[in-house]
Design a protein around this ligand. Structure first.
Ligand code: ADP
Length: 551
C-alpha cells in the first residue's frame, strides 16, 4: 500500500512539475516574444519616422545603437541597404511576407525559423513615405531554446519533488493506515474509521457473529457428546482410518488401563496388542461390524467395532468396550447351576421312584412298608425344600425382589426364629439362646428371616446332642450385627471357602446323617449381598462355628 501511494504521488508530482514547467515556459516565452516584438516595432517606428522626415539619411548611424539588423528594401523588392553590409549579395525581397504586408498595409511582420531549428528570426517591416520598406530583424530564442535553458532547474525540481513525495507518502500512508491498524477484528463495529470501510466492517462483524454462533453450537454439541460418553460405563473410542484415536471417554482409559497421553493421537493397535482387539478393529476397518470378547486384567470385555463410512469409503471406526465379566460369570454359574439342579434333583427322585417301584410290585414285606414310606416321605420333603431353595435363589439371581425395604429389628427376628426351631432343637437336646438388644436393619424382612433361619438351622443341625446355639443380635461398632455361634462339629478349613457355593455340602459322612440341600448358605450369601452386608466365618473342627453378618 505504501509503495502504491508513493508511486501514485510520484506520478502526480511528476505530471504537475512537467505541466507547470511547460505552461510557465509557454507563458514566459510569449511574454519574451511580445517584448522583443514590441521593442523592434518601436525601434522601426522611430527610425521610419526619422527616415520619412530626412530623406537620404545614412542608416549606418543607427547600426551602432541597435542590436537589430536594419534592411532597406526598395518598393520593387531590391535590397538597398543592409546593416550586415551584404546588400549586394542579397536576392530580391518582394515575395517576403513582411515586405508584402508592409507594402500593402503599411506594416508587416514575419517569424522564420532556420533550418536547424535552433535559430529563429523576427522580422518587422514598415513602409516609408517614398514607397520603400524599412525592415528590422532580430534573432530570438525558440521555445525549445527556452526549455533547454530551464532543463537543469527542471531536473533539480523533479528530484526535490521526488524526495518530498517519498517523505509525504510515508507520512500519508502512516496516517491512512493507522486507523485501519487500530481496527479490532474481534469487535470491528467499535472503531469508527473511514466511512468507506463501514460496509466491510459491518460484514466482518456479521461474519464474526455467525462464526461465534457456530462455535457455540459446536461447543454445545461437544459438551452434550462428552456428557453422554463420560457418563457411560462402557469404553468408547473413535478411530480414524489409520487406527489413530481421535476421541475417547474416561471409561475407555480405565478399561485399557492407560492415561490420556497414551491414548490421544496414538495408534490403538499399539495400546492393546491382544489379537481379539486387533481382529475387531481390522474387521471394522475392512467395512464390517464385528464383535469380540477380550480378556484383560482378569476381566472380560465385549468389543463392538463398527465402521464409519463416508460415501462408501471407510473413514474410521467406533469401538465400544463393554465389561461383561459379571454377565459371563452369571452365565457360567447358571449353566453350572442347571447341571447341578438336575443332578441334585435326580438323587431323591431316583430313591423315591426306586422305593415306590418295589412297593408297587409287592416286593416289600408288610413290616418294611412303614420304613419305605418314611424314606419316600423324607426324600419327597428334601425334594420340596430343594425346589423351594432353587426358586428362592433364582429370584435372587434375577433380582426379582421388588419388596420395599423396611426397618427390621434383628433381635426380634432372632426370637421368632428361636421359637420356630425350638422343637427341632429340643429333639437333639440343643439349647438356643438369644442374646443382645433390639437393633434395626433397613431391609427385606422375609429375606432377613430366611438368612437367619438358615444359619440357626445349620447351627442346630451340625451340632452334637446337648449342644448350644447362641444367637446375638446387636449393634457392634455402630453396625447392626447378627452372630450365630454353636459348639458343634465345626467346619474343616478347606471347606470354609466352599460352603457358600450352591449345592455344596460338607463331609458327606456327617452330611448324609443330616438332611440338607446345600443351598442354605448360598441363600445367606445372596441375602447378605442384597443388603450390602459382610459375612465372617470362624470355625474349628470339633469345637464349633461362629458365623457373623455385619450390616
Ligand atoms: P446344607 O445345610 O443344606 O447342607 P448349607 O448351604 O446350609 O447346606 O451348608 C453347606 C455346608 O456347610 C453344610 O453341608 C455343612 O457341611 C456346612 N455347615 C454349614 N453350617 C455349619 C455349621 N454351623 N457347623 C458345621 N458345618 C456347617
Amino acid at each position: 500500500m505504501k509503495h502504491k501511494i508513493f508511486k501514485n504521488m510520484s506520478y502526480i508530482a511528476l505530471i504537475t512539475v512537467v505541466c507547470t514547467t511547460v505552461f510557465l515556459s509557454a507563458v514566459a516565452y510569449g511574454r519574451y516574444m511580445s517584448q522583443v516584438k514590441e521593442g523592434i516595432q518601436n525601434e522601426a517606428g522611430y527610425m521610419a519616422e526619422s527616415l520619412n522626415q530626412h530623406e537620404n539619411q545614412s542608416l549606418d548611424a543607427y547600426k551602432d545603437i541597435t542590436i537589430s539588423r536594419i534592411t532597406l528594401i526598395s518598393s520593387d523588392g531590391k535590397v538597398l541597404y543592409d546593416s550586415t553590409g551584404k546588400e549586394n549579395s542579397m536576392g530580391n525581397h518582394r515575395n517576403r511576407k513582411e515586405f508584402k504586408e508592409a507594402r500593402k498595409n503599411g506594416a508587416g511582420e514575419s517569424t522564420r525559423v532556420s533550418r536547424t531549428l535552433n535559430k529563429q528570426t523576427y522580422y518587422y517591416a514598415v513602409r516609408l513615405t517614398d514607397g520603400s520598406v524599412l525592415r528590422l530583424s532580430r534573432e530570438t530564442q525558440t521555445i525549445l531554446n527556452q526549455v533547454e535553458g530551464v532543463l537543469p532547474a527542471l531536473i533539480l525540481m523533479m528530484a526535490v519533488v521526488f524526495v518530498l513525495a517519498l517523505a509525504l507518502s510515508r507520512l500519508l500512508t502512516g496516517r491512512i493506515i493507522e486507523p485501519i491498524n487500530r481496527i479490532n477484528l474481534e469487535h470491528p463495529e467499535e472503531e469508527t474509521t473511514y466511512d468507506e470501510l463501514s460496509p466491510l466492517l459491518v460484514r466482518i462483524h456479521r461474519q464474526n457473529e455467525a462464526i461465534k454462533e457456530k462455535i457455540r453450537e459446536i461447543k454445545e454439541k461437544q459438551i452434550e457428546f462428552t456428557t453422554i460418553t463420560e457418563n457411560m460405563s462402557e469404553g468408547f473410542l473413535v478411530l480414524n482410518e489409520k487406527s489413530v484415536v481421535l476421541s475417547y471417554n474416561t471409561s475407555a482409559l480405565r478399561i485399557l488401563d492407560i492415561d490420556k497421553e497414551q491414548c490421544s493421537n496414538q495408534n490403538v493397535l499399539s495400546i492393546n496388542r491382544s489379537h481379539e482387539f486387533r481382529d475387531a478393529v481390522e474387521m471394522a476397518l475392512g467395512g464390517e461390524a464385528s464383535e469380540e470378547v477380550m480378556e484383560f486384567h482378569e476381566r472380560k470385555f465385549l468389543l463392538m467395532a463398527n465402521p464409519v463410512t463416508v460415501s462408501g469409503a471407510v473413514k474410521g471406526v467406533v469401538l465400544m468396550m463393554i465389561d461383561v465379566t459379571e454377565k459371563e460369570e452369571r452365565e457360567e454359574l447358571r449353566k453350572e447351576f442347571s447341571a447341578n439342579v438336575s443332578h441334585e434333583l435326580k438323587t431323591p427322585l431316583t430313591t423315591i421312584s426306586g422305593y415306590a417301584e418295589l412297593m408297587k410290585d409287592g416286593l416289600v414285606k408288610q413290616e418294611d412298608i412303614e420304613r419305605f414310606s418314611e424314606k419316600i416321605y423324607t426324600e419327597a420333603r428334601r425334594l420340596i425344600s430343594m425346589i423351594e431353595g432353587i426358586i428362592k435363589l433364582s429370584r435372587l439371581d434375577e433380582n426379582k425382589i421388588v419388596q420395599e425395604k423396611e426397618n427390621v429389628d434383628i433381635y426380634q427376628l432372632a426370637l421368632e426364629i428361636k421359637n420356630s426351631l425350638s422343637m427341632a432343637a429340643a429333639e437333639s437336646g440343643i439349647d438356643i439362646q438369644v442374646l443382645g438388644a433390639p437393633s434395626q436393619v433397613s431391609g427385606v424382612r422375609q429375606m432377613l428371616y430366611e438368612m437367619l433361619h438358615n444359619l440357626v438351622e445349620n447351627a442346630v443341625k451340625y451340632n452334637n446332642n446337648g449342644g448350644h446355639v447362641f444367637v446375638t443380635a446387636a449393634s457392634m461398632e455402630g453396625r447392626p450385627t447378627l452372630i450365630v455361634e454353636d459348639d458343634g462339629i465345626g467346619i474343616p478349613p478347606e471347606d470354609e471357602e466352599r460352603i457358600f457355593e450352591r449345592f455344596y455340602r460338607g463331609d458327606k459322612s456327617h452330611s448324609s446323617e443330616r438332611e440338607g440341600t446345600g443351598l442354605g448358605l448360598s441363600i445367606v450369601k445372596h441375602g447378605a449381598k442384597y443388603h450390602n452386608a459382610r459375612i465372617q466365618v470362624e470355625s474349628e473342627v470339633g469345637k464349633g462355628t461362629k458365623i457373623a453378618i455385619i450390616f
